[in-house]
Design a protein around this ligand. Structure first.
Ligand SMILES: CC(C)(COP(=O)(O)OP(=O)(O)OC[C@H]1O[C@@H](n2cnc3c(N)ncnc32)[C@H](O)[C@@H]1OP(=O)(O)O)[C@@H](O)C(=O)NCCC(=O)NCCS
Length: 209
């Protein structure tokens, strides 16, 4: 159920009364964004929404082999004690608006009934991580980040391929991901592993009281 513009205006007033002068929405489709726009929210960021059909066979280009991990590096499950280094990598990889704190990481992991949380660990510690969700037969690449010092070595691709394999084993038929329109690096990676842009993207909206 979408809130009406009047309901949103009431919510914003309550925020102001509590001394909160700014709010942002999660990523919304353009249709779902309408009442927010009518209530005075503005577009903070436009996102590409991309999808990939996981039912394609092993000849599809999404099956291109990942480069092997360099000696001393390992793909392993993310554990509780990895939380601090994972948050640190996230903070280095993303600009402030998009950075995760520990609670946001937990929320991303709880967002779907099942999820996979993998890190790439190396001699210098955590180099990258991915959270992939599964709800019904649809997968979501919820989060992907590689330490800026470790970029361009295939770690991003390895984490994505691992997500594909995990989802295929669970008979998922599709995986979705979104990213900022200006994030050319991530877009290149997603296109290279076989994601195709959906006809319409998503928006993150902002309200300033
Ligand atoms: C996007 C990101 C995960 C890529 O990680 P990575 O480990 O550098 O990725 P890889 O080394 O596997 O590179 C894979 C692809 O990225 C692209 N890429 C790598 N370096 C690039 C560069 N300097 N400029 C543009 N594209 C680049 C290429 O398309 C490459 O594919 P190819 O090797 O087949 O040509 C990483 O840069 C990152 O964490 N960025 C900040 C956070 C982010 O944007 N997360 C995902 C969006 S929500």
């Amino acid at each position: 159920m979408l809130p009406s513009p009047d309901e949103l205006a009431g919510i914003c007033q309550k925020l102001l009364d509590r001394g909160i002068p700014r709010a942002v929405t999660p990523a919304l489709s353009l249709r779902d964004a309408q009442p927010f726009l009518t209530a005075g929210f503005t577009i903070h960021e436009q996102l590409h929404l991309l999808g990939l059909d996981l039912r394609f066979g092993p000849n599809h280009r999404s099956h291109r082999f990942s480069p092997p991990l360099p000696e001393g590096y390992e793909l392993r499950p993310g554990r509780r004690w990895h939380e601090a280094p994972v948050i640190e990598v996230d903070g280095m990889a993303f600009e402030p608006f998009w950075r995760f704190d520990a609670e946001a990481l937990r929320e991303a992991r709880r967002a779907t009934p099942r999820h996979r949380y993998r890190i790439i660990d190396g001699p210098e510690g955590v180099q990258g991580y991915a959270v992939t969700g599964l709800a019904g037969q649809r997968g979501y690449l919820q989060r992907l980040a590689v330490h800026p010092w470790a970029e361009g070595q295939g770690f991003g691709r390895i984490l994505i391929e691992d997500a594909f394999q995990w989802l295929r084993r669970r008979h998922a038929i599709q995986i979705m991901v979104n990213t900022q329109e200006r994030n050319q690096r991530a877009l290149n990676l997603y296109r290279n592993v076989g994601f195709e842009p959906e006809p319409s993207g998503l928006v993150v909206l902002e309200w300033i009281g």
